[in-house]
Design a protein around this ligand. Sequence first.
Ligand code: GTP
Ligand code: SPV
Ligand code: MN
Length: 612
Amino acid sequence: MTTMDMPKAGVPTEGGTTHEGLAAWVAEVAEMTTPDRIQWVTGSDEEWKQITDKLVEQGTFTRLNEEKKPNSFYAASSPQDVARVEDRTYICSVDEKDAGPTNNWMDPNEMKDLMRGLYKGCMKGRTMYVIPFVMGHLEAENPMFGVEITDSEYVVASMRVMARCGTKILKRIEELGENAKYVPALHSLGAPLADGQKDVAWPCNEEKYIVQFPEERTIWSFGSGYGGNALLGKKCYSLRIASVMARDEGWLAEHMLILKLISPENKVYYVAAAFPSACGKTNLAMLKPTIPGWKVETLGDDIAWMRFGEDGRLYAVNPEFGFFGVAPGTNEHTNPNAMAAINKGNSVFTNVALTDDGDVWWEELENTPAHATDWKGNDWTPESGELSSHPNSRYCTPIDQCDILADEYNDPQGVPISAILFGGRRKTTVPLVTEARDWLHGTFMGATLSSETTAAATGAVGVVRRDPMAMLPFIGYNAGDYFQHWVNVGKDADASKLPAIFYVNWFRRDEDGGFLWPGFGENSRVLKWVIERIEGKAAAVETPIGHVPTPESLDVDGLGLTDAQLEKALAVDVEEWKAEIPQIEEWFAKFGDQLPVQLQVELDGLKERLGA
Ligand code: GTP
Ligand code: SPV
Ligand code: MN
C-alpha cells in the first residue's frame, strides 16, 4: 500500500485501496475538494513522526520537553474553535419528525447542496488524509468500521490516539470487500490556501456545520478542528450514528463511562455512568477509592456500547482507544491515575498553558508556575487574574497508558453491567444518590436528567437544562423514540438481569456555595452503597423520588462530614421537587405523542407521591 499512483483526478497519492467503493468515494471527495495531495493513513511510527513534525513546522504544535512529557505536543486553537457547537450540529434525517424536537434539522438534499458549495475547492493547498478506523474491536463479530477524510494533520494525530486506525483496519475492510460496512465521515477545516499563501497555526472557518445523515449513516463536518466536531469517530459516529444503529438493532449507544469495581471480598462488579459533558465521567472512571479494600479499574471514560449477551445480561464495550479529557481540575489529588497516564507522554494538549520549561499547566494542577504562556498566547502569571487555560482545554492520551486499565478492555464481548448511574450538576434539589425502583423508573430518571451547562459546548455556562441520559447533544434521532427504545429494552429483558439504575449528584451546594460532598475518590463511598443495595445489604429510605440512603447506610468513616452536612447532601426537599414538576411537564410536552406513555405514568406517580 505504499505505491505512489495517480488517480483520475491527477492528485499525487500516497497509499490507496483495492476496495472499489471506498476508492470511488475518495476520488469523488478529492474531485470536489481539490487537495494538493492525498495520503492514506497507515498508523505507523514513521507516519506519527511525519505528521507531528509537520504540525510543529506549521506552528500548530509545540513539542514539549522530552523529560517531562515525552513525544507530546501543545496546541492552541483559534479562540472561536474551542468546543462542540451544538447550534451548528444537525441531524439530517429524511423526515423532520425523525430528528425530533431536540435536534437541528435540515432536509438532507438541501444540506448536501449547501455543504457541497462549502466543500468545493476547500482542501486546495492542503493534503487530504484518508483514515481507515474501527470503533471498538477489529475482532468484534461485526466490526464498526469508519473512514474519515480530513485535511487536518491535528485531526490525523488525534484520531490515531482516540481510535484504532490505519493499514490493519483497511486490510480488513478490503478482505470483506463490498460487504464491508463502514461509515464515511468527511471533515474539512474549510481553510483552503491560495498559491503561496502562508498557513495559520489553527486553520478553521467561521462557518461551521457538524452534520449526521442517519439513514445513510454518513457524517459531513465543516469548519472546525476541535475534538467533538472533527474527530468524527467519537461523538458523531459512536453516539449520533451509532444510536440510530442501536435503535434499529436493539442495543444501546450511550455517553457513559465504564468501570470495574472490586470489593474487599474480591467480588467484581461493572458499572456504567452517564453524566453530561464536563460533569465527572473521566474522574469517576479512574477513581482511586478512599475506602479500605475497594479497588477500581477503568474500561472507558466517555462512550459505552451495550448489547445483550446470550445470558440475558447487558454487556458494555468502550469503542474508543484514548482519553480526550478535560484538563482543568485534573491533578494528583482529583485524578492521580489520569496524571500518571498523561505523564507517560504520547499526548496532545490543547488550549492549556505552556510553561517556560516546555511543560503544560492548567488551573488546579500542582506546582503553579511563576510565568507561563496562556492558551491565547499571552504572558500569564498567577497574578494575571485570568485563566491560563480554556475551561474546555483537553488532554488526548492513549488509553493503554492508564495503569488501572482493566484487562477486559481488550475483550470484544465487553463486560456485564450491574449498575447504571445517571448524574448531573445540580446546586440544589437532587440528592447525592437515589436508587430507582426498577428499569422503567430509572428510564424516567434518565429521561428527566437535568444539569447546569458547562464549557464543553459553546454557549452560556451554568444554566439548568434537561439532558436526557446525558445524551441531549448526541441522540441521532427523535428523543421521544429514544425514550421508547429505553423502555423497550427493559420490556424485552429479564428484569432480574437488568442493571439497577441510580441517580447521583456530586455537585449539590450549601448556603455558602461550597460543595456538600467532597467528590472524586470519596465517590467510592457512593459506589459501595450502590453495590450493597444490589447485594441487598444496605438500608434506604423510600422517598417520593426513589430510595435514598439512610445516613447510617452510607460509609462516611473518616470523612469528617458533620451529621448536618450529610443530611443536607441526602435530603429530598418536597418543595424543591414540586418546583421541578412544571419543568418536567414542559420538557415532556415537547415530545407530543412521541412520549412513551410509560414515562407519563411515571410522572403522574411522582406528582401523586409529592402531592403536587
Ligand atoms: P467530557 O469529557 O466533557 O464528557 O467530561 P467528563 O464527564 O468526563 O468530566 P470530567 O471527569 O472531565 O470532569 C469535568 C470537571 O468536573 C472537572 O473540572 C472535574 O474536576 C470536575 N469533577 C469531576 N468529578 C467531580 C466530583 O466528584 N466533584 C466535584 N466537585 N467536581 C468534579
Ligand atoms: C464532550 O463534550 O462530551 C466530550 C468532548 O467528551 S468532545 O469530544 O468534544 O465531545
Ligand atoms: Mn463526553
